[in-house]
Design a protein around this ligand. Structure first.
Ligand SMILES: Cc1ncc(COP(=O)(O)O)c(C=O)c1O
Length: 402
Protein backbone atom coordinates (compact mmCIF):
# COMPACT_ATOMS: atom_id res chain seq x y z
CA UNK A 1 0.00 0.00 0.00
CA UNK A 2 1.15 3.54 -0.78
CA UNK A 3 2.26 5.06 2.56
CA UNK A 4 2.31 8.62 1.24
CA UNK A 5 -0.91 10.26 2.38
CA UNK A 6 -0.81 13.18 -0.06
CA UNK A 7 -0.27 11.29 -3.28
CA UNK A 8 -2.78 8.67 -2.08
CA UNK A 9 -5.51 11.27 -1.75
CA UNK A 10 -4.90 13.10 -5.04
CA UNK A 11 -7.64 13.14 -7.65
CA UNK A 12 -7.67 14.73 -11.10
CA UNK A 13 -9.15 18.01 -10.00
CA UNK A 14 -6.75 18.54 -7.11
CA UNK A 15 -3.82 17.66 -9.38
CA UNK A 16 -4.98 20.24 -11.93
CA UNK A 17 -5.34 22.87 -9.19
CA UNK A 18 -1.95 22.01 -7.77
CA UNK A 19 -0.29 22.41 -11.13
CA UNK A 20 -1.65 25.90 -11.68
CA UNK A 21 1.13 28.41 -12.29
CA UNK A 22 0.88 32.02 -11.22
CA UNK A 23 0.06 34.30 -14.18
CA UNK A 24 3.39 36.04 -13.64
CA UNK A 25 5.33 32.81 -13.92
CA UNK A 26 3.29 31.74 -16.94
CA UNK A 27 3.91 34.98 -18.79
CA UNK A 28 7.65 35.12 -18.19
CA UNK A 29 9.45 34.91 -21.51
CA UNK A 30 12.37 32.50 -21.90
CA UNK A 31 15.85 33.38 -23.09
CA UNK A 32 16.13 31.99 -26.61
CA UNK A 33 19.87 32.00 -26.22
CA UNK A 34 19.50 29.29 -23.55
CA UNK A 35 17.94 26.99 -26.17
CA UNK A 36 20.80 27.84 -28.50
CA UNK A 37 23.33 27.11 -25.76
CA UNK A 38 21.64 23.76 -25.02
CA UNK A 39 21.59 22.85 -28.70
CA UNK A 40 25.24 23.91 -29.06
CA UNK A 41 26.15 21.63 -26.14
CA UNK A 42 24.28 18.70 -27.70
CA UNK A 43 26.07 19.24 -31.03
CA UNK A 44 29.36 19.46 -29.18
CA UNK A 45 28.68 16.16 -27.41
CA UNK A 46 28.04 14.65 -30.84
CA UNK A 47 31.58 15.62 -31.79
CA UNK A 48 30.84 18.84 -33.72
CA UNK A 49 33.17 21.83 -33.26
CA UNK A 50 31.11 24.73 -31.91
CA UNK A 51 32.13 28.39 -31.86
CA UNK A 52 30.53 30.10 -28.91
CA UNK A 53 29.78 33.71 -29.71
CA UNK A 54 26.52 33.65 -27.80
CA UNK A 55 27.82 33.60 -24.23
CA UNK A 56 27.63 36.88 -22.31
CA UNK A 57 30.44 36.16 -19.85
CA UNK A 58 34.22 36.50 -19.99
CA UNK A 59 36.00 33.34 -21.14
CA UNK A 60 38.89 34.08 -18.74
CA UNK A 61 38.88 32.20 -15.46
CA UNK A 62 38.62 34.34 -12.33
CA UNK A 63 42.06 35.83 -11.54
CA UNK A 64 44.10 33.47 -9.35
CA UNK A 65 44.59 36.02 -6.56
CA UNK A 66 40.79 36.37 -6.23
CA UNK A 67 40.33 32.59 -6.16
CA UNK A 68 43.02 32.31 -3.46
CA UNK A 69 41.28 34.97 -1.39
CA UNK A 70 38.01 33.01 -1.65
CA UNK A 71 39.75 29.79 -0.58
CA UNK A 72 41.44 31.57 2.34
CA UNK A 73 38.08 32.90 3.47
CA UNK A 74 36.63 29.40 3.49
CA UNK A 75 39.65 28.02 5.36
CA UNK A 76 39.28 30.76 7.96
CA UNK A 77 35.68 29.71 8.53
CA UNK A 78 34.06 32.72 6.85
CA UNK A 79 31.03 30.66 6.09
CA UNK A 80 28.30 32.45 8.01
CA UNK A 81 25.82 35.12 6.99
CA UNK A 82 27.02 38.69 6.71
CA UNK A 83 24.77 41.73 7.24
CA UNK A 84 22.08 41.95 4.53
CA UNK A 85 23.65 45.10 3.09
CA UNK A 86 27.04 43.38 2.90
CA UNK A 87 30.35 43.33 4.77
CA UNK A 88 31.16 46.83 6.06
CA UNK A 89 34.78 46.46 4.86
CA UNK A 90 33.63 45.61 1.34
CA UNK A 91 31.29 48.61 1.24
CA UNK A 92 34.24 50.74 2.33
CA UNK A 93 36.51 49.14 -0.30
CA UNK A 94 34.01 49.98 -3.03
CA UNK A 95 33.93 53.58 -1.77
CA UNK A 96 37.76 53.56 -1.95
CA UNK A 97 37.54 52.15 -5.48
CA UNK A 98 35.36 55.08 -6.60
CA UNK A 99 37.84 57.46 -5.03
CA UNK A 100 40.85 55.82 -6.72
CA UNK A 101 39.22 55.38 -10.12
CA UNK A 102 36.99 58.43 -10.46
CA UNK A 103 38.15 60.76 -7.65
CA UNK A 104 34.64 60.55 -6.17
CA UNK A 105 33.77 60.44 -2.50
CA UNK A 106 30.82 58.11 -1.93
CA UNK A 107 29.43 57.45 1.54
CA UNK A 108 29.82 53.67 2.11
CA UNK A 109 26.41 53.70 3.83
CA UNK A 110 24.90 54.25 0.37
CA UNK A 111 26.68 51.21 -1.07
CA UNK A 112 24.73 47.97 -0.93
CA UNK A 113 26.26 44.59 -1.71
CA UNK A 114 23.98 42.30 -3.68
CA UNK A 115 23.87 38.82 -5.24
CA UNK A 116 25.07 40.02 -8.65
CA UNK A 117 23.70 42.98 -10.55
CA UNK A 118 20.63 40.74 -10.86
CA UNK A 119 20.06 41.05 -7.10
CA UNK A 120 20.57 44.80 -7.30
CA UNK A 121 18.03 45.12 -10.13
CA UNK A 122 15.47 43.18 -8.09
CA UNK A 123 16.05 45.35 -5.03
CA UNK A 124 15.94 48.59 -6.99
CA UNK A 125 12.71 47.74 -8.77
CA UNK A 126 11.17 46.31 -5.58
CA UNK A 127 11.63 49.56 -3.70
CA UNK A 128 10.53 51.79 -6.58
CA UNK A 129 7.56 50.06 -8.20
CA UNK A 130 4.09 49.20 -6.98
CA UNK A 131 1.69 46.92 -8.83
CA UNK A 132 0.50 48.81 -11.91
CA UNK A 133 3.38 51.28 -11.92
CA UNK A 134 5.70 51.31 -14.89
CA UNK A 135 9.35 51.80 -15.75
CA UNK A 136 10.82 53.07 -19.04
CA UNK A 137 13.27 50.74 -20.78
CA UNK A 138 15.08 50.58 -24.09
CA UNK A 139 14.21 48.15 -26.85
CA UNK A 140 16.67 46.55 -27.56
CA UNK A 141 17.85 46.15 -23.99
CA UNK A 142 18.74 43.66 -21.26
CA UNK A 143 15.71 41.37 -21.18
CA UNK A 144 15.69 40.52 -17.46
CA UNK A 145 14.73 44.10 -16.54
CA UNK A 146 11.39 43.65 -18.24
CA UNK A 147 10.88 40.28 -16.59
CA UNK A 148 11.82 41.42 -13.08
CA UNK A 149 9.32 44.29 -13.34
CA UNK A 150 6.70 41.83 -14.54
CA UNK A 151 7.30 39.45 -11.63
CA UNK A 152 6.71 42.43 -9.32
CA UNK A 153 3.36 43.07 -11.00
CA UNK A 154 4.64 46.28 -12.54
CA UNK A 155 4.67 47.22 -16.20
CA UNK A 156 7.37 48.23 -18.61
CA UNK A 157 7.21 50.80 -21.35
CA UNK A 158 9.75 49.63 -23.89
CA UNK A 159 10.96 52.50 -26.02
CA UNK A 160 12.32 51.63 -29.47
CA UNK A 161 15.82 53.05 -29.80
CA UNK A 162 18.19 52.99 -32.73
CA UNK A 163 21.49 54.22 -34.05
CA UNK A 164 20.45 57.91 -33.92
CA UNK A 165 20.53 57.82 -30.11
CA UNK A 166 23.34 55.23 -29.78
CA UNK A 167 20.57 52.76 -28.81
CA UNK A 168 20.12 54.74 -25.59
CA UNK A 169 17.26 56.67 -23.99
CA UNK A 170 17.35 60.44 -24.33
CA UNK A 171 15.76 63.22 -22.27
CA UNK A 172 13.31 63.82 -25.16
CA UNK A 173 12.24 60.18 -25.25
CA UNK A 174 11.73 60.22 -21.49
CA UNK A 175 9.59 63.38 -21.74
CA UNK A 176 7.54 61.86 -24.56
CA UNK A 177 6.83 58.50 -22.91
CA UNK A 178 6.55 59.36 -19.20
CA UNK A 179 3.01 59.02 -17.82
CA UNK A 180 1.33 59.33 -14.43
CA UNK A 181 2.23 55.72 -13.47
CA UNK A 182 5.89 55.97 -14.50
CA UNK A 183 8.27 55.79 -11.56
CA UNK A 184 11.66 55.20 -13.13
CA UNK A 185 13.73 54.93 -16.29
CA UNK A 186 16.47 52.35 -16.81
CA UNK A 187 19.58 52.54 -18.95
CA UNK A 188 22.73 50.46 -19.24
CA UNK A 189 25.98 52.10 -20.25
CA UNK A 190 27.79 50.31 -21.86
CA UNK A 191 24.69 48.51 -23.03
CA UNK A 192 23.85 44.88 -23.58
CA UNK A 193 23.31 43.98 -26.47
CA UNK A 194 24.76 46.98 -28.33
CA UNK A 195 27.99 47.79 -26.44
CA UNK A 196 27.16 51.49 -26.85
CA UNK A 197 27.58 54.16 -24.17
CA UNK A 198 25.52 57.12 -23.11
CA UNK A 199 27.57 60.23 -23.79
CA UNK A 200 28.22 62.26 -20.64
CA UNK A 201 26.10 65.24 -21.84
CA UNK A 202 23.19 62.86 -22.68
CA UNK A 203 23.43 61.28 -19.26
CA UNK A 204 23.32 64.67 -17.55
CA UNK A 205 20.20 65.62 -19.54
CA UNK A 206 18.62 62.27 -18.79
CA UNK A 207 19.26 62.65 -15.03
CA UNK A 208 17.76 66.14 -15.11
CA UNK A 209 14.71 65.05 -17.06
CA UNK A 210 13.92 62.05 -14.84
CA UNK A 211 14.41 64.17 -11.72
CA UNK A 212 12.11 66.83 -13.14
CA UNK A 213 9.44 64.14 -13.69
CA UNK A 214 9.79 63.17 -10.03
CA UNK A 215 11.16 59.70 -10.84
CA UNK A 216 14.42 57.83 -10.49
CA UNK A 217 17.01 56.99 -13.10
CA UNK A 218 18.54 53.52 -12.77
CA UNK A 219 21.93 53.32 -14.46
CA UNK A 220 23.30 49.82 -14.95
CA UNK A 221 27.09 50.12 -15.06
CA UNK A 222 27.80 46.38 -15.04
CA UNK A 223 30.19 46.75 -18.01
CA UNK A 224 32.12 49.58 -16.41
CA UNK A 225 35.84 48.96 -16.79
CA UNK A 226 35.27 47.32 -20.18
CA UNK A 227 35.33 50.56 -22.14
CA UNK A 228 37.50 51.20 -25.19
CA UNK A 229 38.69 54.45 -26.83
CA UNK A 230 36.58 56.69 -24.59
CA UNK A 231 36.72 57.82 -20.99
CA UNK A 232 35.21 55.42 -18.46
CA UNK A 233 32.89 57.27 -16.12
CA UNK A 234 30.11 56.71 -13.64
CA UNK A 235 26.73 58.43 -13.36
CA UNK A 236 27.66 59.13 -9.73
CA UNK A 237 29.91 61.86 -11.08
CA UNK A 238 26.80 63.81 -12.03
CA UNK A 239 24.10 62.82 -9.59
CA UNK A 240 23.50 61.37 -6.15
CA UNK A 241 19.83 60.97 -7.01
CA UNK A 242 20.08 57.98 -9.34
CA UNK A 243 20.45 54.27 -8.59
CA UNK A 244 23.78 53.03 -9.91
CA UNK A 245 24.15 49.29 -10.37
CA UNK A 246 27.40 47.40 -10.77
CA UNK A 247 28.75 43.87 -10.50
CA UNK A 248 31.81 41.72 -10.00
CA UNK A 249 30.67 39.57 -12.95
CA UNK A 250 32.15 41.18 -16.04
CA UNK A 251 35.23 43.42 -15.61
CA UNK A 252 36.19 41.49 -12.45
CA UNK A 253 35.51 38.14 -14.19
CA UNK A 254 33.50 36.63 -11.34
CA UNK A 255 30.16 35.65 -12.92
CA UNK A 256 29.74 32.46 -10.88
CA UNK A 257 30.54 34.15 -7.56
CA UNK A 258 27.21 35.98 -7.76
CA UNK A 259 28.21 39.33 -6.36
CA UNK A 260 27.34 42.89 -7.30
CA UNK A 261 26.59 46.22 -5.72
CA UNK A 262 24.39 49.25 -5.96
CA UNK A 263 24.78 52.88 -4.88
CA UNK A 264 21.46 54.45 -3.92
CA UNK A 265 20.21 57.76 -2.51
CA UNK A 266 20.42 57.55 1.29
CA UNK A 267 16.63 57.73 1.63
CA UNK A 268 16.27 54.15 0.24
CA UNK A 269 18.93 52.35 2.31
CA UNK A 270 16.67 51.31 5.16
CA UNK A 271 13.93 49.99 2.86
CA UNK A 272 16.47 48.07 0.77
CA UNK A 273 17.95 46.60 3.95
CA UNK A 274 14.51 45.25 4.88
CA UNK A 275 13.83 43.88 1.40
CA UNK A 276 17.29 42.28 1.17
CA UNK A 277 16.90 40.69 4.62
CA UNK A 278 13.70 39.05 3.46
CA UNK A 279 14.58 38.09 -0.08
CA UNK A 280 18.28 37.12 0.08
CA UNK A 281 19.25 37.31 3.78
CA UNK A 282 22.75 38.24 2.65
CA UNK A 283 25.06 38.17 -0.35
CA UNK A 284 27.47 35.18 -0.52
CA UNK A 285 30.08 35.49 2.23
CA UNK A 286 33.04 33.79 0.56
CA UNK A 287 32.54 35.93 -2.56
CA UNK A 288 32.53 39.12 -0.50
CA UNK A 289 35.91 38.28 1.01
CA UNK A 290 37.28 37.40 -2.44
CA UNK A 291 35.95 40.71 -3.77
CA UNK A 292 38.14 42.62 -1.31
CA UNK A 293 41.11 41.30 -3.31
CA UNK A 294 39.36 41.95 -6.64
CA UNK A 295 39.19 45.66 -5.81
CA UNK A 296 42.87 46.21 -5.10
CA UNK A 297 45.09 48.29 -7.40
CA UNK A 298 47.34 45.23 -8.01
CA UNK A 299 44.45 43.08 -9.24
CA UNK A 300 43.30 45.93 -11.44
CA UNK A 301 46.55 45.65 -13.44
CA UNK A 302 45.64 42.10 -14.44
CA UNK A 303 42.01 42.98 -15.11
CA UNK A 304 43.04 45.89 -17.32
CA UNK A 305 45.16 43.50 -19.41
CA UNK A 306 42.04 41.44 -19.96
CA UNK A 307 40.16 44.57 -20.95
CA UNK A 308 42.88 45.31 -23.52
CA UNK A 309 42.44 41.80 -24.89
CA UNK A 310 38.69 42.43 -25.32
CA UNK A 311 39.52 45.59 -27.25
CA UNK A 312 41.87 43.64 -29.55
CA UNK A 313 39.05 41.18 -30.18
CA UNK A 314 36.58 43.93 -30.95
CA UNK A 315 39.06 45.53 -33.32
CA UNK A 316 39.40 42.20 -35.12
CA UNK A 317 35.73 41.18 -35.22
CA UNK A 318 34.08 44.49 -36.09
CA UNK A 319 35.76 45.03 -39.50
CA UNK A 320 35.60 41.30 -40.25
CA UNK A 321 31.83 41.34 -39.85
CA UNK A 322 31.49 44.54 -41.85
CA UNK A 323 33.44 42.94 -44.68
CA UNK A 324 31.03 40.04 -44.70
CA UNK A 325 28.13 42.48 -45.19
CA UNK A 326 26.81 42.96 -41.65
CA UNK A 327 25.84 46.53 -40.90
CA UNK A 328 27.07 47.79 -37.55
CA UNK A 329 25.32 51.08 -37.22
CA UNK A 330 27.12 52.37 -34.12
CA UNK A 331 30.67 51.41 -33.21
CA UNK A 332 30.47 49.59 -29.87
CA UNK A 333 32.79 51.20 -27.33
CA UNK A 334 32.27 48.92 -24.39
CA UNK A 335 31.17 45.54 -23.00
CA UNK A 336 31.99 42.58 -25.30
CA UNK A 337 29.11 42.69 -27.74
CA UNK A 338 28.48 43.68 -31.33
CA UNK A 339 24.85 44.17 -32.30
CA UNK A 340 24.85 43.57 -36.02
CA UNK A 341 22.20 44.16 -38.64
CA UNK A 342 21.95 40.97 -40.71
CA UNK A 343 19.24 42.21 -43.08
CA UNK A 344 21.51 41.56 -46.04
CA UNK A 345 21.13 37.83 -45.37
CA UNK A 346 17.73 37.34 -43.78
CA UNK A 347 14.55 38.95 -42.56
CA UNK A 348 14.26 36.37 -39.78
CA UNK A 349 17.36 36.48 -37.61
CA UNK A 350 15.97 33.84 -35.20
CA UNK A 351 15.74 31.26 -37.98
CA UNK A 352 19.03 32.38 -39.48
CA UNK A 353 20.89 32.05 -36.18
CA UNK A 354 19.49 28.55 -35.68
CA UNK A 355 20.49 27.48 -39.21
CA UNK A 356 23.96 28.95 -38.75
CA UNK A 357 24.39 26.80 -35.65
CA UNK A 358 23.13 23.62 -37.32
CA UNK A 359 25.08 24.06 -40.54
CA UNK A 360 28.32 25.71 -39.45
CA UNK A 361 28.46 25.29 -35.68
CA UNK A 362 28.54 29.03 -34.89
CA UNK A 363 26.33 30.09 -31.97
CA UNK A 364 24.99 33.67 -31.82
CA UNK A 365 22.11 35.34 -29.95
CA UNK A 366 19.08 36.39 -32.04
CA UNK A 367 17.75 39.94 -31.73
CA UNK A 368 14.44 38.65 -30.34
CA UNK A 369 16.14 38.06 -26.96
CA UNK A 370 16.51 41.82 -26.49
CA UNK A 371 13.07 43.09 -27.47
CA UNK A 372 10.71 43.41 -30.41
CA UNK A 373 11.87 46.49 -32.25
CA UNK A 374 13.37 45.36 -35.58
CA UNK A 375 14.57 42.30 -33.64
CA UNK A 376 14.33 39.99 -36.66
CA UNK A 377 16.97 42.04 -38.45
CA UNK A 378 19.66 41.80 -35.78
CA UNK A 379 21.84 39.33 -33.95
CA UNK A 380 24.37 39.76 -31.16
CA UNK A 381 27.98 38.61 -31.33
CA UNK A 382 29.81 38.18 -28.01
CA UNK A 383 33.58 38.35 -28.41
CA UNK A 384 34.20 36.19 -25.38
CA UNK A 385 36.59 33.97 -27.37
CA UNK A 386 40.21 34.35 -28.46
CA UNK A 387 41.01 36.13 -31.74
CA UNK A 388 42.00 32.73 -33.21
CA UNK A 389 38.60 31.30 -32.33
CA UNK A 390 36.84 34.41 -33.65
CA UNK A 391 38.74 34.07 -36.95
CA UNK A 392 37.56 30.48 -37.33
CA UNK A 393 33.99 31.55 -36.58
CA UNK A 394 34.20 34.34 -39.17
CA UNK A 395 35.33 31.80 -41.81
CA UNK A 396 32.37 29.59 -40.97
CA UNK A 397 29.94 32.50 -41.19
CA UNK A 398 31.45 33.45 -44.56
CA UNK A 399 30.89 29.90 -45.80
CA UNK A 400 27.28 29.98 -44.52
CA UNK A 401 26.53 33.26 -46.24
CA UNK A 402 28.01 32.00 -49.53
C1 LIG B 1 23.11 44.73 -18.63
C2 LIG B 1 23.18 43.64 -17.63
N1 LIG B 1 22.74 43.87 -16.37
C3 LIG B 1 22.77 42.89 -15.44
C4 LIG B 1 23.25 41.63 -15.71
C5 LIG B 1 23.27 40.59 -14.61
O1 LIG B 1 24.57 40.28 -14.25
P1 LIG B 1 25.03 39.62 -12.86
O2 LIG B 1 23.81 39.27 -12.10
O3 LIG B 1 25.86 38.43 -13.25
O4 LIG B 1 25.86 40.63 -12.15
C6 LIG B 1 23.73 41.34 -17.01
C7 LIG B 1 24.23 40.00 -17.34
O5 LIG B 1 24.60 39.69 -18.46
C8 LIG B 1 23.69 42.38 -17.99
O6 LIG B 1 24.14 42.18 -19.24
Amino acid sequence: MDQRPLSYKMNDSSTAKQKRLSKRAEQLSPFHVMDILARAKTLSQQGRVIHHLEVGEPDFPTAQCIIDAGIDALKQGKTHYTPALGLPELRQSIADYYLRKFSLTIDPQRIIITPGASGALQLALSCLLDVGDNVLLTDPGYPCNRNIAQVLGAETLSIPVGAQTQYQLTADLVREHWNERTRAAMVASPSNPTGTLLSQPSLIELCQQVTQQGGRLIVDEIYQGLVYDVEDYTALKYSDECFVINSFSKYFGMTGWRLGWMVVPEFYVDAIDRIAQNIFLAPPTMSQYAALTALTAETQIELDQRRDEFKTRRDFLLPALQQLGFKIEVKPQGAFYIYANCEAFTDNSFDWVNRLLEEQGVALTPGIDFGDYRADKYCRFAYTQSVEQLALAVDKIAAFIR
